[in-house]
Design a protein around this ligand. Structure first.
Ligand code: ADP
Ligand code: ZN
Length: 733
């Protein structure tokens, strides 16, 4: 008898093991096939991990194990071929292991819906086909004039789409007469625009050196640190060209979905139609088609955001992460993987080079490059030796910097904007806060509008006149009065991108202002359209959150300004300074990229903060040294590792004692260099009616803590009804 060891589709910690079924079918079956199973009386999807032969009969098996095996028949087998190859499975296991995630949840994150091991995949898109007409014989004997007309059309254009051939009745006659046949072909739902081929730029000396250093490096991972505008993209393209010419494939990751079209254009101009796109905002049908196209070896370059790190490319010769420091590479829900870590795992497995590109590398990456764990290549000047823009810091605590016209845009900023408008140059304004007013309260009774679901702050959005929670997505209509005392004069505080747009329109009548933040880009293709229109000069000013500061090349922008540089500094995370430095450095890097000289302006309440000073002077190395000292003293990464454990339960008392018990369990293991913060009440303290507590573990010996948690989590999870979520290398706290 054949026994199938199967993972169920349920990605919970307690079910993270295989269950056995008997296979009584005749269809081919093997590891990585999906089968439908009866699990505790419910129909569920299973994922075969292993097929075993046993000498036992079903009766003997039951006698030996005390339970009968359920049968799997031909009808229960979903796939004709394995869902993924073995190397992807090895990767899934490594990711699951590293992130303490149930294996099935990682496999589900890797695959498009239609191929995912879950029952709902049955509602996923199917392969789309198109009917085509193929000429068999152009013999016109015995045909009517109408039929001859169609036959001549087909003869001229064969094969032709059926719907383009004309009347189905006449076509039917031609088929019967043996003149043409029908065939069906897969339809590609995603249309990647065809771009004109472009010859490569002649590399500059710096680019050539960097390119060579990366190729020659003995290290698998190489940091390419190039200041903004130094031409990193050209280096990526040249490296790709070299790798493709060896018959290998390239995986190109970008941090934001909105940056994929730009990168796709670069690659398809250089390499033609071999490029595939993979990210979570394709329609399920498009994603399925692209996934299969890649798996079938029809694409040799994949460009995409975070999830593209799981693209089923074979024979990978190069993995590139552009803007490797950007935090959106880390998924902010389970399994909380970071595309950079996964890329490095994949690179090891495929024995290929991983290039991490950035102007402002993450501290983790830079520290490893400094230690020699990673290779290092540098481009410290812009293309054509363009100077970096001058920067000016405006102290918001100094009232002399303001005039009566605006509370948010200082007088120096107003004057600079006016100057740029007069010269028909463009302006970028950055503000990392969406919405109109960022807080509403009642001045009479002190009532503050907070999110009833998670306790977060509510922001007023003028676009649809709603209050929204940016953390959990809760929305409510803007109230006319205070729910406590009925007062109708509510106090509205703070400001976000929407309000800055309004302010600009009031200050500069007739100005064309576009806004780009995640509210706008929720409507797919909006972000791309706005960026394109701005680049083409259809707007004078672009206001947006950090997503506009990354990666884009706007030649006509000569002023970029950070409206409030302090927002990031106030965040409760060890990365606050790093985030602020990056925001400013990126903003400065967007200005004056062409022949025109640029300027950058930073508005801040903390003009002497090191992150702001080093950011404004684009002094990455000094920032790195200073911040490394801070991290060392405060015991934060890259000096220690972090794991964030989140406990959830409907019973708050049990939750709290469980959290303390867990902490005690860790701290009594006798490990050196381990400290725990908490249990603490997180800022967002509720979710779906469940209470939460978090515990942050800091430690130096990764192996030791891994071994411990792999033993402890299954032991402790579910005790007292507490669910544990694990976030490895968290970016907050
Ligand atoms: P980075 O990503 O390092 O900020 P980009 O790759 O966007 O910089 O390049 C900046 C600009 O320089 C782009 O407009 C690009 O077309 C141009 N460029 C890059 N390499 C060359 C080269 N070798 N010769 C001329 N122009 C180049
Ligand atoms: Zn909320």
């Amino acid at each position: 008898m054949k026994i199938l060891d199967v993972l169920t589709e349920y990605g919970t910690r307690s079910l993270d093991r295989t269950f056995s079924y008997a296979y009584v079918g005749t269809k081919p079956i093997g590891p990585r096939y999906r089968i439908k199973i009866n699990f505790n009386g419910h129909l569920a999807m299973g994922f075969v991990m292993q097929v075993r032969e046993t000498q036992d009969s079903p009766e003997q098996f039951e006698a030996r194990n005390g339970y009968p095996l359920k049968n799997i028949t031909n009808e229960d087998v979903v796939d004709d071929v394995p869902l993924m190859d073995e190397s992807m499975m090895t990767l899934a296991k490594e990711v699951a292991d590293y992130y303490f995630a149930p294996l099935i949840s990682v496999i589900q994150a890797m695959l498009p819906l239609s191929l995912s091991p879950k029952l709902s995949s049955e509602h996923g898109p199917k392969i789309a086909y198109e009917q085509w007409v193929q000429l068999v014989s152009a013999d016109e004997n015995g045909l009517t004039d109408k039929q001859i007309e169609m036959l001549r059309l087909i003869a001229k254009n064969t094969p032709i789409l059926k719907k383009e051939a004309g009347s189905p009745a006449i076509l039917k006659k031609l088929i019967e007469a043996g003149r043409v046949t029908l065939f069906k072909k897969e339809k590609q739902r995603l249309q990647i625009p065809v771009n004109e081929r472009e010859e490569p730029h002649e590399m500059t000396e710096l680019q050539r050196q960097a390119y060579q250093k990366i190729l020659d490096s003995s290290k698998e991972v190489v940091l390419l640190q190039g200041v903004t505008g130094s031409g990193k993209t050209e280096v990526y393209l040249r490296l790709s060209e070299t790798v493709l010419s060896q018959g290998k494939t390239v995986l190109m990751l970008v941090p934001e979905i909105s940056l994929t079209p730009v990168m796709v254009e670069y690659f398809s101009r250089r390499f033609g139609p071999k490029v595939a796109i993979l990210h979570s905002e394709l329609t399920p049908g498009e994603r399925y088609d692209e996934y299969r196209r890649i798996a079938q070896g029809k694409a040799s370059i994949v460009v995409g955001a975070r999830s593209a790190v799981f693209a089923p490319l074979q024979n990978i010769g190069l993995i590139i992460l552009d803007e490797e420091h950007v935090e959106s590479y880390k998924q902010d829900n389970a399994p909380f993987y970071h595309a950079r870590e996964v890329a490095i795992m994949r690179g090891k497995q495929e024995h290929c080079k991983v290039v991490l590109g950035s102007a402002t590398p993450s501290l983790e990456t830079k520290a490893r490059a400094v230690k020699g764990v990673y290779g290092y290549a540098e481009m410290n000047r812009r293309i054509n030796e363009k100077a970096l823009p001058k920067t000016q810091i405006v102290d918001l605590t100094d009232r002399r910097n303001f005039n009566a016209k605006s509370e948010k845009l200082s007088a120096p900023l107003q004057a600079l904007i006016q100057e740029k408008l007069n010269r028909h140059e463009q302006v970028l304004l950055l503000l990392n806060r969406r919405g109109y007013w960022t807080g509403i309260n009642c001045p009479k009774c002190g009532y503050i509008f907070t999110c009833p679901q998670c306790g977060g702050n509510l922001t007023y959005h003028q676009e649809d006149s709603m209050l929204k929670c940016h953390h959990c997505g809760y929305v409510m209509r803007y109230p006319e009065r205070c729910p406590d005392c009925g007062n109708t004069h509510l106090r509205r505080i703070g400001y976000g991108t929407e309000r800055v747009v309004k302010e600009l329109e009031d200050l500069y009548p007739g100005v064309r202002v576009a806004r780009l933040d995640s509210d706008v880009s929720r409507v797919s293709k909006q972000a791309v359209a706005i960026l394109k229109a701005f680049k083409e000069g259809k707007y004078d000013i672009l206001v947006g959150t950090q997503m506009i500061a990354k990666g884009h090349d706007f030649p006509n922008v000569t002023l970029s300004a950070v409206v409030n540089a302090d927002i990031g500094l106030a965040l409760p995370t060890y990365r606050a300074a790093e985030r602020t430095f990056e925001l400013i450095a990126q903003a400065v890097g967007r200005s004056g990229r062409s022949s025109k000289t640029g300027i950058a302006l930073i508005q801040t309440y903390n003009p002497n903060h090191y992150a702001i000073r080093f950011g404004a002077s684009q002094d990455y190395e000094s920032f790195f040294r200073y911040e490394m000292q801070q991290r060392k003293v405060a015991k934060y990464p890259p000096y220690v590792y972090l794991i964030l454990l989140e406990f959830q339960s409907s019973n708050e008392n049990k939750l709290v004692s469980f959290a303390y018990d867990f902490k005690k369990d860790v701290m009594t293991q006798g490990f050196a260099d381990v400290s725990a913060i908490g249990p603490i009440l997180p800022y967002y303290a509720m979710q779906d009616g469940m209470h939460k507590r978090i515990l942050l573990l800091r430690y130096k010996n990764r192996q030791q803590m891994d071994d411990y948690l792999h033993e402890a989590l299954p032991r402790l999870n579910g005790l007292s009804g507490v669910k544990i979520t694990v976030n490895v290398d968290p970016l907050d706290y």
